[in-house]
Ligand binder design. Structure first.
Ligand SMILES: NC(=O)c1ccc[n+]([C@@H]2O[C@H](COP(=O)([O-])OP(=O)(O)OC[C@H]3O[C@@H](n4cnc5c(N)ncnc54)[C@H](O)[C@@H]3O)[C@@H](O)[C@H]2O)c1
Length: 245
């Protein structure tokens, strides 16, 4: 995911309340890990376990216990001596920090291959994201329904966004249409945009932007694989301390 989070987190009346000072200074990598902690804690809760230690949580995700404690310390004190973290309590706290302790109303613009897949994804709702509208400029797609959401013409975008209280927009249009789509969403009241189109968007202050680029993620993966292979090769060729080559 690209690092395009707006530095201005000044959300409008429709958005969440301002986050704590601590949350504002947390690096993006820490915020990314919060989502991972949340997912894992929810799984642990579902398995019937009520508490978890930082080392157990870290182990499940491949992090050290120190990393878990340090990340969470950005936002407050959540552990209990001799108990660890109470899962339900930490889930609630992380949801509050991430702003997903309330429902976000989402619109998807561009109902092609990606837009349809996103509309069909059932994982948004449980995390607090309700997809309430979908738009496409192709008249042949208007009226079709995906994941229970009817596709509307882009001419209805502003009216529908306002009427349904949409606050987040997800752009899955062709790249050329992305900026205009973003401008229209923002003018209709959207305060955050998740952009899948391969296009750098320019947005006014107060509107948050996250770009998703799976090619970048694959580059990160290839970098990681290449480096761990190089590390293994070095280890295998290293005869160890005190051994003359
Ligand atoms: N970020 C990623 O990792 C990633 C992965 C896949 C695709 N993408 C990008 O996501 C976008 C969608 O990909 P796709 O495979 O679904 O493409 P697609 O061609 O199948 O779908 C694009 C849809 O956008 C609609 N559209 C075009 N202009 C529009 C406008 N002005 N308003 C509303 N709708 C409009 C088209 O009618 C079409 O239905 C593309 O920009 C693609 O490059 C990004």
């Amino acid at each position: 995911m690209s690092d395009e989070l707006s530095s201005d987190q000044n959300h409008s009346a429709k958005g969440p309340p301002p986050r704590s000072d601590e949350a504002k200074v947390a690096p993006k990598a820490v915020v990314n890990r919060l989502s991972l902690y949340l997912r894992e804690l929810q799984r642990i809760e579902q398995s019937g376990k009520e508490t978890v230690s930082s080392s157990q949580l870290g182990k499940l995700l491949g992090f050290t216990d120190a990393q878990v404690r340090k990340d969470l310390a950005y936002f407050g004190q959540f552990g209990h001596p001799g108990v660890g973290y109470r899962c339900a309590e930490l889930v609630a706290a992380i949801r509050r920090i991430l702003g997903t302790d309330r429902e976000w109303v989402v619109a998807i613009v561009g109902v092609g291959n990606l837009g349809r897949a996103l509309l069909g994804y059932k994982g948004f709702r449980p995390q607090g994201f309700r997809v309430a509208a979908a738009f496409d400029s192709d008249p042949s797609k208007v009226g079709m329904s995906f994941g229970g959401v009817a596709v509307e013409p882009t001419t209805a975008l502003e009216t529908t966004v306002r009427e349904r209280g949409v606050t987040l927009g997800l752009i899955a249009t062709a790249a050329e249409a992305a900026q205009e789509t973003a401008d229209r969403l923002v003018s209709a009241g959207v305060v955050g945009i998740l952009n899948f189109a391969p296009m750098t968007l320019s947005l006014p202050p107060g509107v948050s932007l996250v770009g998703v680029d799976l090619a970048t993620e694959l580059e990160q993966l290839s970098f990681s694989v290449a480096n761990s292979q190089a590390a293994v090769a070095t280890e295998q060729s290293d005869p160890g301390p005190g051994v003359a080559r």
